[in-house]
Design a protein around this ligand. Structure first.
Ligand SMILES: [Zn+2]
Ligand SMILES: [Zn+2]
Length: 177
């Protein structure tokens, strides 16, 4: 998404753009299995105040992930927003302002490209652990059954105190032999 700042009006400017996931290289950069069915919607609100441009950027998309716990595919929405300030006045560019995220533009003929920021924003919005739901029950370590869909024989045995008692007996039996 390229923004020609000389076309912006003083005050609030609202722009939108849709990125295809491929154009942002998201599939190769996301370090896990993922399918992007939706484009990445970007809404950019820019408040131009003389030589300064206050950007507020909203990023939204959704993708198919594989749950880390039950290994099922599920759709997860990804949302993020961030702010950036651009300035055409060089005096604003110093060490301190670098911390505030102020970026320098050489002249009003400059073009701002937000692709890199949008890509980073999507990548950071994907959690380290991806779960289909907070209380996903996962799979049975013995038979691999998805426990969200129901219990398997191993889980029933685990729940049933009679089985625990029997298991205790058989363990004792093993030890004695
Ligand atoms: Zn799950
Ligand atoms: Zn099982």
């Amino acid at each position: 998404m390229k923004i020609y700042i000389n076309r912006l009006e003083e005050g609030l400017n609202e722009l939108t753009h849709d990125y295809e996931a491929e154009s942002l290289d998201l599939i190769s950069l996301v370090d896990r299995e993922v399918r992007f069915n939706d484009p990445v919607h970007v809404q950019v609100n820019i408040n131009k105040v003389h030589s300064q441009y206050f950007f507020q950027i909203f990023v939204e998309t959704s993708a198919i992930f594989v749950c880390d716990r039950c290994l099922e595919d599920f759709e997860m929405s990804i949302r993020d927003n961030f702010r950036v300030v651009y300035s055409t006045e060089k005096s604003y560019l110093d060490e301190q302002n670098d911390d505030l995220g102020i970026r320098y533009l050489h002249s009003e003929s400059d073009v701002v490209d937000l692709s890199e920021d949008v890509r980073e924003s999507v990548l950071l919005a994907i959690p380290m652990k991806v779960l289909c739901s907070g209380d996903c029950k996962g799979i049975c370590p013995e038979c691999g059954a998805n426990l969200n869909k129901g219990s398997c024989i191993h889980q029933q045995q685990r729940m049933d105190p009679k089985w625990e008692a029997l298991k205790g007996l058989s363990d004792k039996h093993k030890k004695n032999n």
